[in-house]
Design a protein around this ligand. Structure first.
Ligand SMILES: [Ca+2]
Length: 176
């Protein structure tokens, strides 16, 4: 299975399913600062953060994580949106999952790959609609149960978990 392509799909779904309604949102300085700290945590462990990586020419790509780069693809305006921040959290959580089993951001996902024993229930509890989860399941029908739960968990974390907590998980779980 090509893990990388799977993550491309995940980011696209994040954009489609979790984007806020069209009302323009002002991103607070605090929120931005928290995400900068998250990105710095990833970089401190050897993963580069890149806006508009060449991979972003792939249609529909919002972001990716491949063990070396955490990439976010900005829209045509080049402005950072709430959805881009969601993408950062989603892909950063894949880095957490990467480090969970072996302590290394090396794209080797050892063990369960998930932090939570039942990411599916958590996602529902956090307010992800059941039909959204069903659509994710359909979009990721090629994934086995373990990898599907890793995806759901990343959606859950991006939706419900503070970026500082994700940064703390990276600091705690990932070695340099
Ligand atoms: Ca690993």
């Amino acid at each position: 299975m090509n893990f990388f392509l799977r993550l491309l799909g995940a980011a696209g779904l994040a954009a489609t399913l979790l984007a806020q309604p069209s009302r323009a949102q002002e991103i607070s300085e605090t929120t931005l600062a928290q995400h900068i700290l998250l990105v710095q945590a990833a970089e401190d462990k050897g993963v580069d953060f890149v806006f508009n990586h060449p991979f972003c020419q792939r249609k529909g790509l919002q972001g990716f994580y491949d063990g070396q780069v955490l990439g976010v693809c900005l829209g045509p305006t080049g402005e950072i949106t709430e959805n881009d921040l969601d993408t950062i959290r989603h892909e950063a959580h894949h880095m957490v999952q990467d480090c969970l089993g072996d302590g290394k951001a090396d794209y080797q996902f050892e063990g369960d790959g998930s932090m939570y024993p039942n990411a599916y229930e958590l996602a529902l509890h956090a307010g992800l609609p059941l039909d959204t989860l069903t659509r994710i399941r359909m979009a990721y029908s090629h994934l086995d149960e373990r990898d599907f739960l890793m995806e759901v968990e990343a959606f859950y974390v991006a939706h419900a978990i503070n970026p500082l907590q994700i940064a703390e998980a990276i600091n705690t779980l990932c070695s340099r």
